[in-house]
Design a protein around this ligand. Structure first.
Ligand SMILES: Cc1cc2nc3c(=O)[nH]c(=O)nc-3n(C[C@H](O)[C@H](O)[C@H](O)COP(=O)(O)O)c2cc1C
Length: 212
């Protein structure tokens, strides 16, 4: 993978089990990140991507999510350009009958190869288990979004895409998935080349109920 700014500070070591953590503190920089973050279209993500050290920090943060039952119902497949070209080559023959116009399916594979680094988030539900699969899915979604946040805080753009191959059972093998695993999506990472414009956001007046 491409080498990025090696001056990027290391994360502090993971807190020891049971170590007291900060309760709640004001983090104005973090609030601003949350208020202004947005996805960067995969087609505009350029090299360099995160280097190995930064990627490992991003993955460590991504995995630090609420997870009912501590099941870790997810895992990661981090892909650089060589792996992505190979996977796209394996998926190519499925474009003809994947349910999309072949040209659109091929365009999705071309887009998949543009960002310098991509992480497949693999959903691996624990079944049967008393924790409902729905909750395991929610935790996996949190992993994906936490990865976007971590990447952004490291200075990289990100784009969470599923595309047709996340729903094509034949595509699983190309990503190394087993039959009971699914792709929660591919998180594309790279350097932001064009600042993305703000998009329309939901009107919270329509969505929020406040009860005394
Ligand atoms: C689970 C999931 C799957 C997505 N898959 C696609 C996709 O396949 N193609 C696409 O164009 N956008 C897809 N998107 C939307 C992009 O991530 C989109 O750029 C993003 O929602 C923009 O929001 P933001 O700017 O607030 O980050 C998906 C979003 C989610 C949450």
């Amino acid at each position: 993978m491409a080498v990025n700014d090696l001056s990027f500070p290391l994360l502090p070591p993971p807190p020891a089990l049971g170590a007291p953590l900060p309760g709640a503190e004001r983090h104005p920089d973090f609030l601003r990140l949350l208020a202004e973050r947005r996805s960067t279209p995969a087609l505009t993500l350029r090299a360099p991507g995160p280097d190995a050290q930064t990627l490992s920090a991003i993955l460590r943060i991504a995995a630090r999510v609420p997870d009912h039952g501590k099941l870790s119902p997810w895992r990661f497949v981090a892909m650089g350009p060589v792996a992505k070209a190979r996977i796209a080559g394996q998926l190519g023959p499925f474009c003809a009958d994947c349910g999309l116009e072949p040209a659109k399916a091929e365009a999705a594979l071309a887009k998949f190869q543009v960002p310098p680094c991509s992480v497949a988030v693999v959903f691996r539900p624990v079944i049967p288990h008393k924790i409902p699969v729905w909750e395991q899915e929610l935790s996996t979604g949190a992993v994906c979004f936490n990865m976007l946040l971590a990447a952004y805080a490291c200075g990289f753009g990100g784009n969470w895409l599923t595309e047709w191959f996340s729903y094509d059972a034949r595509a699983r093998a190309a990503f190394g998935l087993t039959d009971h695993e699914r792709l929660a999506g591919v998180i594309h990472l790279g350097t932001v080349s064009d600042r993305p414009p703000e998009r329309e956001r939901p009107n919270l007046d329509d969505l929020v109920t406040i009860l005394d």
